[in-house]
Design a protein around this ligand. Sequence first.
Ligand code: NA7
Length: 533
Amino acid sequence: MTEATSFDAVVIGAGFSGMYMLHRLRGLGLTARLYEAGGGVGGTWYWNRYPGARCDVESVEYCYSFSEELQRDWDWTERYPSQPEILRYAEHVADRFDLRRDMRFRTRVTRAAYDEAAARWRVETDRGDRVTARFVITAVGCLSDARIPGFPGAESFRGESYHTGRWPHEEVELAGKRVAVIGTGSSGIQVIPVLAELAAEVTVFQRTPNYTIPAWNRPLQPEYARWVKDNYADIRRRMRDSLFGIAASFNTGSALEASEQELREELEARWAHGGPGFLGAFADTAVDPRANELVAEFVREKIRQTVEDPRVAELLSPRDHPIGTKRPCFDTDYYATFNRPNVRLVDVRRTPIEEITAAGPRTAEATYEVDVIVYATGYDALTGALLAIDVTGAGGAALREKWAAGPRTYLGLMTAGFPNLFTITGPGSPSVLSNMFVSIEQHVDWIADCLRHLAESGATVIEADADAEDAWMRHVGEIAAATLFPRANSWYLGANIPGKPRVFMPYAGGVGTYRAACDEIAAKGYEGFVMSR
Ligand code: NA7
């Protein structure tokens, strides 16, 4: 039998968004082909296999809600799920809904071109596939384009080197080795304590210290898991209506108005509970620098209490950005790890890495001889994976050109001039500021409803209106400007990629408000979108 080359939809990516999209497309009776660059399902969790890789959202909340049976049947084992467990979950979902038969693995989409006359997309892959589809739906992830800074001499290093987001699938032998870790974002903060246990010596190259809150991971208590399952309807509703897609309560009170004792009690209680809820202690910390500083100083005090060497404690203490303005980190024993005799901290803000020699990283002060370099240096976030595909829309216009000064979308879901192209968790949506599952399900459901609406109304093409897009972009910018977010050099702003335009890309108004906006637009007959036959 020859393979089909014409589909209703092509989906790009077999992470949690692509998997659910495929499932919904089938439910609509549409034909679909899904291409995935990796060798299996799971997206982020297929690639991020570094020791200690774990989700920062509680397991019972970091999972699908669309299937009552699935959420009842699946049992998580820890408060925060580890990468292997999340990958098992992804594989279970793929099996359970028989998703793999429409997926092609180890196949990267290289090009997607819209043919206006035919009103179809022509999609090409690095394995020579040439297919057409009415719709292209990108499910490429927001943090999937791994980046290693261009250190001179990197290729001359005689040891092994790995990016955390491209960790080998085979066991990496670390016992007895000297390891360098470059980067102290979420990935660095997770991998460093585990490497310190496994390796002979760990040298951490830190450019910017980060605030990290203890996760207090532990086995999931069966009574709690049962309680969650019995109350899922209510918990899911709270998550969907929230700011960040998690059920933890976020206070509306002010840190500035709290007494010293109230402030301390609230922060101590949230610290003792651990996880993302810590940042929900006081609402004004997101918008008022003085309120923010009170919480930031509380964390610095914890660092000083934990880290024995005051010089190291000071180096680990963030002072250049308000707390919560970079992606918050959650850890297991991160600060205490710096008390170990086999761990040292190098301040590469003061003395940057000038090159990687055959022996290891070299700064102006020293060459650090190591056997392994771990690059925990992050991603070209939000746009990297999308723009890696050569996408051309109506009139042959290139997405890379349209987005040269920063991404432009309507609701993060579509971009004007690119008919029938949907971007799940695209820039301009709250996705990266949220529990991804909440954003993913909302986007996929919205797109599926939109496709049904098109079919019912007899339209075949939908496109974002340029004016609606401009207005949405202004709104996204205004909301960001009212917060402290723009004060940090974060990947939310593209600041980690040399030459990337500095634009705050996510929608910071919260997933609940965003969902209401998307629903209202749909209810008004997809206001701001243009449909045609
Ligand atoms: P991040 O959060 O982008 O962190 C990257 C880290 O690498 C960060 O500490 C950077 O320092 C550091 N970095 C980047 N380039 C360099 C150079 N040239 N020299 C020294 N240090 C450097 O990526 P993660 O993988 O940790 O986290 C990504 C997301 O994955 C995370 O937010 C979760 O959503 C999951 P900088 O701060 O730029 O000074």
